[in-house]
Each structure stands twice: as C-alpha cells, then as structure tokens.
Write a protein that binds this ligand. Structure first.
Ligand SMILES: Cc1cc2nc3c(=O)[nH]c(=O)nc-3n(C[C@H](O)[C@H](O)[C@H](O)COP(=O)(O)O)c2cc1C
Length: 350
C-alpha cells in the first residue's frame, strides 16, 4: 500500500495518534449517566448463567447490545485496527462501524483498509460518511459504492458541524442537507442512520431526521471523546487551537439525548454512545431507552494494544451488563428495558 499521501489520510493518522496520546475527553461536561442509579435487587430469582444478552437491531440479532463505534480506515495501521475489531465483533456477534469512507473514494487503493466483511460475515456492519459530503460532490452513486465496499447493513451519516468549524479547511456548508438526506434515504437500498460524533442529537433534530427518512439514530452525545479537543491538538493556527479549547465541552450529554429522543420517538432504533466506558454505562442507557450502546475510544485503545486486550474488553463489558441484569432481577435485556430498575438521583454517584 502507498504510504500516507493525502490530507484525508494524514488526518486519519493524526486522529488515531492524538486520541491515544492526548487527553481528548470532555471534562466539565459528563455523559449524564452519573445522575442515575439502579435499584439493587437482593433476591434476583433468576440464574446468572442463564441471563440473555441477545437483542435485535435493524433486523439482525446481536449476542450482546454492544456496538464498536465508527472510527477508522484509510491507512495501513487503520486497516489492521479495523481487521482486529471485525474479528472480535464476529466472535461475539456484536455490531461494528468503520470510520468515514471518504478516503476510500478519493484513493481507491486504500479501500481494502475498510473491507472487513470477509472477517465478519455475520455481524451488523455500518458504512460511514460525513453527511456534509452530500454538499461536496457526494451523491447516491458514491454512497452506494461506500455501502457495497463494506457489504454494509446500513449507512451511517455522521453530523459533525463543530468539528468542521475547527478543522483546517473544514466543510462548513450544511445548507439544504436535510433535503439531500431525504433523497438519499428514499434511494439507498439499505437504511440510513444519523449519528453525531460527540456533541449529541436533540429530540427536535431527531424528529426532523426521522421525517427525512432516517431509520435509526446514534446520539453520540457529549461526555466522552471531544472532537473539538482532538482538532485543537492538530490545529495549524492559534485561532483553531483556541476554538477547539473553548468548545471542548460543548454538546448535549448522552443521557439527556436518549431520554429526550425516546420521549418523542417511542419506536426508533436508538444507539447510545458518547462517553460510555463500561458495561454499567451501557446498561444504564438501555434502561433509559436505547437499544444498543456504542463505544469508540476504549475499543481503539484495546485494538492498538493487542488482540487479547480486545477480547478481554468485550468479555468485561458482557460480564458487567450481565451483572446489572442479575442484580436488578432481570433475566434479559428486554426485561431490563421494560423494568423500572433505573432511578434518577439528585446527587451524582457512580
Ligand atoms: C479515532 C477515532 C476516529 C473517529 N472517526 C469517526 C468517523 O470517521 N466517523 C464517525 O461517525 N465517528 C467517528 N468517531 C467518533 C466516534 O464514533 C464516537 O461518536 C465518539 O468518539 C464518541 O464516543 P467515545 O466517547 O466512546 O469515544 C471517531 C472516534 C475516534 C476515537
């Protein structure tokens, strides 16, 4: 494969390096899950070994309600990360997204760094593109190519206006995008999912996106990886750096996005992500109304460390979710979701 040679490839490589080496998390703004506590059940009346973590999302069964959130592709190391993530996703039958595939259109020779389907024939797999690219020469044909390359089950369109404000030569013309999303949703043969990148989706915007034909939402709320912070770390000017620092904690906390969207859209397939760091976080989002929980940064760190670290991470997440179910007296994810085990508390606790 060619060495890194395009600005998009350089950006992808920078993102991985910065996310692994710098402190890129929100600090003042949390994901909001600390305001909730499960009511402990001292007599669960079920067998922990029989607890059922399976769930169905967009018609496909997952053995646990976990998504490896969209991250990378486009360089050789990113290809290795994607392959490792795909293998672990296949092993545990959890869902996975790849990073923005724009670079695969710009440089077709790196397309195979995304093409993980052969490593994960059965998983729920999401293609990815920035929605704003629909205003920069991306239409149905290119979206179809992106989906076909991955043999994806759905296309994630990520919405990242803040990140584009801080990036060098960011694509900031978001005018008329809803209409273009609408046309794409009508023509694309797979469902379109709308996703933020860590600043959250409000109920109002979710309703607009659903009306435009989007079939699922990933809230990607604030409280975890801050893309303003990431971009400030690779700023080329003092202005960019200042902007990134000022907006590090910008956005709607993940918990707030889930509860507000679920209150107006009872049935929409809903992904919780943004600052989820363990299975207890994932379980809280399920009880709040999400269908599955996604994590990015923890999977990146584990994938970079070793295959064993990745397998251990998923084992731990599953054990943590199972423990929540057991200690709240719920034998399945479905039962947890319809229970009233999660309570809002006034003071912040773990
Ligand atoms: C290295 C890295 C690259 C990312 N690239 C993308 C991307 O290309 N497309 C996208 O939709 N989200 C991307 N994200 C955002 C994540 O999918 C996620 O929404 C965000 O990091 C918040 O989740 P976290 O707090 O668990 O990291 C990326 C995240 C990381 C860590």
């Amino acid at each position: 494969m060619n060495p890194i040679s395009s600005p998009t490839q350089t950006r992808k490589a920078d993102h991985i390096r910065i996310c692994l080496e710098e402190d890129v998390q929100c600090h003042a703004n949390t994901n909001g899950l600390e305001h909730y506590r499960f009511t402990h059940c001292c007599l669960p009346e079920c067998d922990r070994n029989e607890i059922d973590l399976t769930t169905t999302f967009l018609g496909k069964q997952l053995l646990a309600p976990i998504l490896i959130s969209s991250m990378t592709g486009g360089t050789e190391p990113a290809g290795i990360i994607n392959q490792r993530l795909a293998e672990v996703a296949q092993h545990y039958k959890i869902a996975m997204g790849v990073g923005s595939q724009r670079v695969a259109i710009e440089k077709p020779e790196v397309a195979d760094t995304f093409a993980v389907r052969s490593h994960a024939p059965d998983i729920l797999l999401f293609a990815n593109l920035g929605a704003v690219q629909l205003n920069y020469n991306y239409g149905l044909d290119r979206c179809l190519r992106i989906v076909d390359l991955l043999e994806a089950d759905a296309l994630i369109l990520h919405l990242n206006p803040l990140q584009e404000c801080i990036q060098t030569k960011g694509d900031t013309n978001f005018r008329g995008l809803l209409e273009k999303i609408n046309i794409l949703c009508e023509k694309l043969p797979v469902p379109v999912i709308a996703k933020e990148v860590g600043n959250g989706i409000s109920a109002t915007m979710a309703l607009k996106l659903l009306k435009a034909g989007v079939k699922a939402i990933d809230v990607a709320g604030a409280g975890g990886t801050s893309w303003a912070k990431v971009e400030s770390e690779r700023a080329e000017t003092p202005l960019q750096r200042r902007l990134g620092m000022t907006f590090t904690d910008w956005g709607l906390p993940t918990a707030e996005c889930i509860t507000s969207i679920r209150s107006v859209a009872k049935e929409v397939p809903l992904i919780a992500s943004g600052g989820l760091r363990h299975g207890l976080d994932i379980a809280k989002t399920l009880a709040l109304g999400a269908n599955i929980g996604g994590m990015a940064l923890p999977f990146l760190a584990a994938a970079t460390e070793s295959e064993d670290a990745l397998y251990s991470l998923v084992e731990v997440l599953m054990a943590e979710i199972t423990t929540v179910l057991f200690c709240t007296g719920n034998a399945s994810v479905e039962q947890l979701k319809s229970s009233s085990a999660l309570q809002r508390v006034v003071s912040a606790i773990a």
